[in-house]
Each structure stands twice: as C-alpha cells, then as structure tokens.
Design a protein around this ligand. Structure first.
Ligand SMILES: O=P(O)(O)OC[C@H]1O[C@](O)(COP(=O)(O)O)[C@@H](O)[C@@H]1O
Ligand SMILES: [Mg+2]
Ligand SMILES: [Mg+2]
Length: 345
C-alpha cells in the first residue's frame, strides 16, 4: 500500500477518518461540509445495495414517464433520486437540490443550511438493466441566498469555479467514490461486508497523455471536421483503442486512471451537446483539473462556461492534457482556415 504524501494518510484509512483529517486541515471548518460528504456516501451505499439486487426485486426497466430532459425515466433513476434527496434532507446540511430527474429546484426545508447540491442520481441509465457500470455524479456549492430563506436559482448559477466540492460514485466491478474539495482527488473503494469506504486511490493524477478515446461513433458522420480528423488520427495511431461503455462515469473513471479522452460533441439531435452542465460537466471538469487533466467545450475550459439555465447542456471533451491540447489545436486551425476562406470571398 502506498503512503499519501498530501495529508500523510495511509491508503486503507476509512472515508470518515479521511474527511475528519481533511477538516482538521481547515482551522475555520465547522463540520457541515464533512457531514454533507458523509450523507452522500451513505446514500451511495443504499443505492449500491439496490443496484446489486435490482434484478431480484423488479426495479429494472422503465417507469413509463419522462424527465425534464425528455428522457424515459428508469425505475432506478427515480429510486436513486429519492434515496439521495432523502439522505440530503435528513442530513440537514443542504437547503436546495438540483437533480437531473426534477424540473424545479427541490427545497429541503433546511433553511439554515449552508450548501446546495446539483446531482445526476444515476448516470448511464441505458446500462442499468444490462449490468454494465453506472454511477452518480454530485457537485456542491455554498449558498448565496440568505440563511433562513429557501434556495434560489442563483445558488446554482454561480459558475463551475465556485464549486466547493465535486465527485462521483462508480457502481462497477467494485464501488468507488472519487471526489475533490479543491485539494487534489482521492478515491475510496467500498468494502461491502464492512459497509465502509476505504482510501484506495490517493492523490489521483491523470496521465498527461493517453491512447484511449471514448466517443459514440454512431454519430461520427454528424461531427464537425476537426472532431472527425481528431478521431481518425486516434484510430490510425499505433496502440490507440476505442473504449465507450455509454456510462459517462465509467468511461471517465477508466480514462482518469489510464489516460485518454472522452468526447461528446454536438450531434444533429443534441446541437449543444448531450451532457448537462451542472451535474455532469462542471463536477467532472473540477475533478479532472484537480487530477492534472483538462475539460473543454472546444472553445474554453468547461469550468469557465457561463451558467444561464439549470438544466443547460454543453459539448464536452474531458481528457489527458496532451489529447485536449491536440483537439483544441485542431478546432482552432479549422476556425482560422474558415476565417481565411471567408476573407478571400
Ligand atoms: O447513448 P449516447 O448518446 O452515446 O449517450 C451516452 C451518454 O449519455 C449518458 O447516459 C447521459 O447520462 P444519464 O444516463 O444520466 O442520462 C452518459 O452517461 C453517457 O456517456
Ligand atoms: Mg448522466
Ligand atoms: Mg442520470
């Protein structure tokens, strides 16, 4: 087991103890954020249990209704949503919740709470019934609305760089919780029989370069030229491989460990990209930047995208430094050649 240089905490320490030690590193911390991280971990343990036995208790399949995104809601989408909302309400640290599964901001009634949470309760919904890795994504902000009042949209429209903490839980061959509070990225693996998360991935650093590209190639013909060129070059480069499971958290986590790039460009159906800014792009951009990777919409860092609407979407390219730079250069070159052509008309 490797030693964690940052907080000098041994790998294998429990999440609870890690959170406590992180809190001790902040003299003015009052414990609310620590409690909130524990509440998120608790909700994920309950969802983990539901996922593991989904096929046995008939919670697979669609619910027969759509969410605000116009997507058919899976039963587990709704169960995960309810479980998270309940854990955050009972935990008392959150005044408002923005969820992929709800049109409006959910008021928890904890009017004196300091934080709001944006979440994708279950990511990779198309993989729920087929036993492929799925996840949960979360993002935490300190509220800007006055204490003692309900949460407002402004509490969420602060911008990606105002996130206090963000992360995800991957329900895969093992369950792992990965998060950052702006001081590096750490991963905790769930030990089912003990019901505890243990530090297993300390100070995660994304390889600067990579050989893996994750994109839904079914849309290839709809992509802009620079994206097509980038993918074609990845295809031709020795040792490169396509890996796409259709669960953002799963593809993201693999590439974070091994080096690579996840791309969700604009398509005919999703002209602004498919992924949601507040509970998919912003939180994973915070994590990847803290781990030495990059996240862009092709023009600017995702964390610098101006927030306008709580369920807004964005194109997203999340990956190793060198690959994002290479893609960025391609997009820029393309724009410059278009400008030149227009100037010559
Ligand atoms: O089927 P597509 O168009 O490739 O989209 C897959 C992407 O959509 C998502 O499923 C969207 O997330 P949700 O499952 O939370 O709606 C991502 O996890 C995944 O990367
Ligand atoms: Mg999602
Ligand atoms: Mg989802």
């Amino acid at each position: 087991m490797q030693q964690d240089n940052n907080l000098a905490l041994p790998v294998g320490i429990t999440l609870d103890r890690f959170i406590m030690r992180q809190q001790e590193a902040f003299p003015y911390a009052t414990g609310e954020l620590s409690q909130l991280l524990r509440d998120i971990a608790l909700a994920s343990k309950i969802i983990n249990r539901e996922i593991n036995r989904a096929g046995l208790i008939d919670i697979t399949g669609a619910l027969g209704r759509e969410n605000v995104q116009g997507e058919s809601q899976q039963k587990l989408d709704v169960i995960a949503n309810i479980r998270f909302i309940r854990a955050l309400i009972n935990g008392g640290q959150v005044v408002g919740i923005l969820s992929e599964e709800d049109d409006e901001i959910i008021q928890t009634g904890n009017l004196n709470a300091k934080y709001v949470v944006a979440m994708d309760p279950l990511d990779g919904s198309s993989n729920i019934d087929v036993n492929v890795s799925i996840g949960t994504i979360f993002s935490i902000y300190r509220r800007v609305s006055p204490i003692g009042t309900p949460a407002t949209k402004e509490d969420f429209l602060q911008g990606g760089r105002k996130q206090i903490a963000a992360g995800y839980i991957l329900y895969g061959s093992s369950t792992i919780m990965v998060y950052t509070t702006g001081k590096g990225v750490n991963g905790f693996t769930y030990e089912n029989s003990l019901g505890e998360y243990f530090l297993s991935h300390a100070e995660m650093q994304m390889p600067k370069d990579g050989k893996i590209y994750s994109v839904n190639e079914a849309y290839f013909d709809e992509f802009d030229n620079p994206i097509k060129e980038f993918i074609q070059e990845m295809r031709q480069e020795a040792g490169c491989m396509a890996r796409y499971i259709g669960s953002l958290v799963g593809d993201f986590h693999r590439n974070l460990l091994k080096g690579g790039i996840y791309l969700y460009p604009p398509t005919r159906k999703a002209q602004n990209g498919k992924l949601r800014l507040f509970y998919e792009c912003y939180p994973l951009a915070f994590v990847i930047e803290q781990a030495g990777g990059k996240a862009t919409d092709g023009q600017k860092d995702i964390l610098d995208i101006a927030p306008t609407e709580v369920h807004q979407r964005s194109m997203a390219y999340l990956g190793s430094d060198c690959l994002i730079d290479k893609l960025g250069n391609k997009i820029m070159e393309h724009h410059e050649s278009v400008i030149k052509q227009l100037a010559n008309i």
